[in-house]
Design a protein around this ligand. Sequence first.
Ligand code: NIG
Ligand code: FE
Length: 413
Amino acid sequence: MPRTAVIAASLATPATAPPLRGDELAATAFDGPGGVAWDDEGALVYAGPAHALPWEPTVGSPDRGCLVPGFVDCHVHLPFVGWRADEFEARLRGVSYRDLHGSEGGIFRSSRLLREASDDEVLAFCRPLVAEMAAHGTTAFELKTGYGLSIEQELRQARLARRLADEIPQSCSITLLGCHAVPKDTDRADWVRAVCDELIPAAAEEHLVDQADIYVEDIAFSLEDLEAVATAAARAGLPLRVHADQLGPSGAAEAAARLGARSADHLNRCSPEGVAALGDAFATAAVLLPASTFFLRAGAPPARELREAGSILAVATDFNPGTSPVLSMAEAIGMGCTLYGLPPLEALSAATANPAWVLGMEDRLGRLSPGLRADVLLLDGQTFAQAPYRPGHNPVVAAWIGGELVAGDPARA
Ligand code: NIG
Ligand code: FE
C-alpha cells in the first residue's frame, strides 16, 4: 500500500495508553486542522496538528471532518442467526424479557435457530452485519458464543466465530460464554461442571477462544458458578469477563473485581459496593451497554458514580437479537452521552483505547499513535461531539484498517 496522509478540520484521540480512568479518560482534541500519516505497511507514523505532517496529505480537507481511531466494540454476541422482532413486539405489549426467557424465547430461541442452521447459513447471515459494522466505523470487535447451550454446539459456535474472524478485515477476539443460560432439562450444577471441566479446556486446547464469560443473574448463573468459571478460565489461561448486575443486583460487580476479571459488563443494577469495587479495581473495566438499556427500557447504571470512583470505563453495543439489535458504535456512544451523561471526548476513549485494552489489543490499536496500526476513521462532523449529537446518522465518511480502506469514500470529505 502507498504511504498516506489524511487531513481534517479536527482530530481527537485518547492521549495515553489504556487502561484510562478519571480525568485521563478525556481524549485529546487539537485546535485547528489535524492529520494522520501511515507508512506503506499500514503503521501510523504521525497523528497531531496537520502542519507537522511528515508528507503532503492527499486525502481529506482542512475545513471538514474529524479524525479519530477506529471504534472497538468489546461486547458483541455475534455469531448469531435470525432476528427476534416478534419478541420486541411482545415486550411492547408488556411481556418482560424474563417472561420470554422462561418460555423458550430469548436465548433459547437463538440457540434453536443456531442449531437448525447450517454453518454456511450462519456465516451468510453474519457477513453483511460485519460489513455494516465496518461501514459504521467498527474496526475491531468481540465475537461471543453463548447460543450453543451444549458442549458440541458451543464449540461449533466458537469455530464459526474463528472462521468469520479469519475472513473479515476487522481484528476480532473470541469469548466463550459457556454459562449464558441453563440448557433445558439440565441441572444447573451439572452444566457448570461440564463447562468448567470439558468446554473451557476443550476450547482453549483448540485455540478457539481468547476469553471466558458468564451471565450472572437470578435467571442464569450464581456467584458460586462465577467462582467455578473463574477458576477454570484461569487454569486455561483465559481472561475472565462477567455479565454483571443487568436485571437485578447480585454482587457480581464486586466479585468480578475481586476475581481480577478483565471486565464487568451491563451494571444497570450495580450497588454502591460494586461501584467502589470497580473504582478500586486494578484491572477490571466497567463496560457500559447503553443500547440494551434503551432497548429494554431499563434503569441506567451508576455511570457518573463509576466515572468518579475511577473505574476503567468502556462503552459497547451488546449487539444481539434480543436485548440490543444495535451494531452502531456511534449510536451506543450517543446513548452513553445522552442516557448516562458521558462527555463525548470521554466516551471516545471508552469506545476505542479502553475496549482495546479489554480485548487485549491495546499494543496494536485503539489510539492514533505512532507505531500502532492505522485503524482510522474520518467522520463528517467538525468535532467528535457531532457524532453523539446526531443519533440515527452514520458519521463515518471513510474507515481504514491497517491503512486499507474498508468502508466509505474519502472523496466525500
Ligand atoms: O447481554 N444478558 C444476557 N445476554 C444478552 C442477551 C442475549 C439474548 O437475549 O439473546 C445480553 O443482553
Ligand atoms: Fe451481553
